[in-house]
Design a protein around this ligand. Sequence first.
Ligand SMILES: NC(=O)c1ccc[n+]([C@@H]2O[C@H](COP(=O)([O-])OP(=O)(O)OC[C@H]3O[C@@H](n4cnc5c(N)ncnc54)[C@H](O)[C@@H]3O)[C@@H](O)[C@H]2O)c1
Length: 253
Amino acid sequence: MSEAPSTALVTGAARGIGLATTRLFLAEGRRVAMIDRDAEALEVAAAELGDAVLPVVCDVSRPDEVAAMGEKVRAGLGRVDALVNNAGVADFGPIAEHDFARWRRVMETNLDGVFLVSQEMLPDLRASRGAIVNIASISGLRASTLRVAYGTSKAAVIHLTKQQAAELGEHGIRANCVAPGPVDTKLALAVHSREIRAAYHDALPLNRYGSEREIAEAIVFLCSERASYVTGQVLAADGGFEATGIGLPALRG
Ligand SMILES: NC(=O)c1ccc[n+]([C@@H]2O[C@H](COP(=O)([O-])OP(=O)(O)OC[C@H]3O[C@@H](n4cnc5c(N)ncnc54)[C@H](O)[C@@H]3O)[C@@H](O)[C@H]2O)c1
């Protein structure tokens, strides 16, 4: 076993799943670099969390900002033991209405951002023999309507994770993916209509949305030494959505 890990970098940390993950890391004694492009929300969130956090404003889709962020994190945090690529955007709509700009807006954060931040932090993760956890979605595991960009970006994140696991394992770096089911965050509230909410309840064996904390628990586990022999995996924290096909009403008991 290596020495106890002490730091983490979380993107999209100003709210939602990223903020819940930051809180859990802090609770287990890590210092956390909180990365977000929403400067105002990041300042408010970080102000409540004390000296163990390092807030850095950065748009993960922009190579220049990511490089500057990496420097700030190295200067302020030292080594990075865990990287959580969580920043994401959702946009649901029919294929015919996804013009190229709309497609790129989703891809540049959800896919380019994961690639860029992972590459920037690679020397640090090599030095610490650290862990990467990328946040995908059940929309990346099962295709569904209105998610041509979102679902495709998340499926790509799942494969990118496996590429990272394949290539970085020899450096002692593990790479895994968490695929959340529906969680009541600002992101979900923006794209889940009342009908979508009801349909999700119907399709989830646990019959409810997950909490931010429940997703964070899976992320923190995969970053920890308890998962020291786990790499290249996708853990769906999704109330059973991906594993089951209970969607046919005629097959209900
Ligand atoms: N909430 C859900 O139902 C759900 C389901 C499956 C997957 N996910 C995934 O979980 C992750 C977190 O989602 P959430 O629900 O907590 O969303 P959220 O909207 O509550 O939080 C996302 C955070 O990421 C930040 N962000 C977005 N784009 C950024 C960029 N380019 N650079 C830096 N920061 C950026 C936002 O400012 C925000 O603070 C996302 O990757 C999302 O796709 C969420």
